[in-house]
Design a protein around this ligand. Structure first.
Ligand code: UFG
Length: 328
């Protein structure tokens, strides 16, 4: 099966591409390399450098390839930035998915996987959070994923495009082969920043708020390994071949506070990792933990990395081998 992966040079996209290639899919990565890295793309995948905001680029792409499925990762991803630059997020994230869907539907593509988010669940009524939780984006970033999910509902209704929206909680870790991992510029995510302190690239970790209503006062998140996420994409892609559209919440089901994550990172790295408690970061929620019962029951998703120590070890392996990320 030939599939298109938009944003396939990015963190989660590149791990999914690697798994698709290993499973025998023919993979075309389409990426403008604004956040992704050329060397993150598996050598057996075809990289097309282009922009989803440029319909001319898409015209060439779809003229050259007939895709059976599309996995859409390309997007701006930062909650905080989306509240400072809302139009960047509304304009780019929506135009990107609408453009790719216009070409997908015109070219008879019948399967579409959306990279969605736990940022749809502001102030959840129940924790762990299942797919029955009312959708309430807490940021412009979350709103763009909500609009993307709504758009897909219409694509299914109008064109019969079968889709699966995968709402990741906190993606983390790296491929154990050490070749690909997390490398954002600027980096804003907890685990990579913590490991940069251990590498001596930063003096300390700022803990954003220690007065939350959680056991130790710091925010609790559900950290799910990027390869477990990758596995879920393959299962979803296969299930769409003979089943309806669907949505799934993807997490490990276990919550760790910021302080707990730092403690595990200290054990893994052997570094003291100094911390400084600072103000809360706007938009952060106290607790986000996934209930992933549905995808386990319906698709047999069985996450392998259910231990934060092992997850951070895979990230540490990547950071040690690539202290400057992909820039070498
Ligand atoms: N944190 C710190 N210090 C830092 C960085 C993060 O204390 O230097 C804290 C944050 O306040 C938060 C936790 O660590 O409580 C995790 O923060 P991340 O930035 O790693 O991740 P987020 O939970 O903010 O966001 C991630 C993705 C989003 C996605 C969201 C869904 O980046 O794209 O998960 O849960 F929408």
């Amino acid at each position: 099966m030939k599939v298109l992966v938009t944003g396939g040079a990015g963190y989660i996209g590149s791990h999914v591409v690697e798994m698709l290639v290993e499973k025998g899919y023919e993979v075309v990565v389409f990426d403008n390399l604004s956040a992704g890295h050329r060397s993150a793309v598996h050598k057996d995948a075809t990289l097309v450098v282009g922009d989803l905001l440029n319909k001319g680029d898409l015209e060439k792409l779809f003229a050259a390839h007939q895709f059976e499925g599309i996995l859409h990762f390309a997007s701006h991803i930062l909650v905080g930035e989306s509240m400072e630059k809302p139009f960047k997020y509304f304009n780019d994230n929506m135009a990107a998915i609408w453009n790719v869907l216009e070409f997908a539907t015109a070219n008879g593509v019948k399967r579409f996987i959306l990279s969605s988010t736990a940022a749809l669940f502001d102030d959840p009524e129940r924790i762990p959070i299942s797919e029955d939780e009312p959708l309430k984006p807490g940021s412009v970033y979350g709103e763009t994923k909500y609009m993307a999910e709504r758009t897909l509902m219409w694509m299914d209704r109008i064109y019969g495009l079968r889709y699966c929206a995968l709402r990741y909680f906190n993606a983390c870790g790296a491929h154990p082969n050490g070749h690909i991992g997390e490398d954002h510029h600027p980096e804003s995510h907890l685990i990579p920043i913590t490991l940069q302190v251990a590498l001596g690239q930063r003096d300390s970790l700022a803990i954003y708020g220690s007065d939350y209503d959680t056991p130790d006062g710091t925010c609790v998140r559900d950290y799910v390994h990027v390869l477990d996420l990758a596995e879920a994409h393959i299962l979803a892609l296969e299930a769409l071949g003979n089943g309806p559209s669907r949505v799934y919440n993807l997490g490990s089901g276990t919550g760790y506070s910021v302080k707990e994550v730092v403690e595990v990172a200290r054990q893994v790295t052997g570094h003291a990792i100094p911390t400084v408690e600072t103000e809360r970061r706007p938009g952060d929620l106290p607790r986000l933990i996934a209930d992933s019962t549905r995808i386990k029951r319906e698709l047999g998703w069985a996450p392998e990395f259910d231990n934060l120590h092992v997850i951070i070890e895979t990230a540490w392996n990547w950071h040690q081998k690539h202290p400057n990320g992909f820039e070498e």
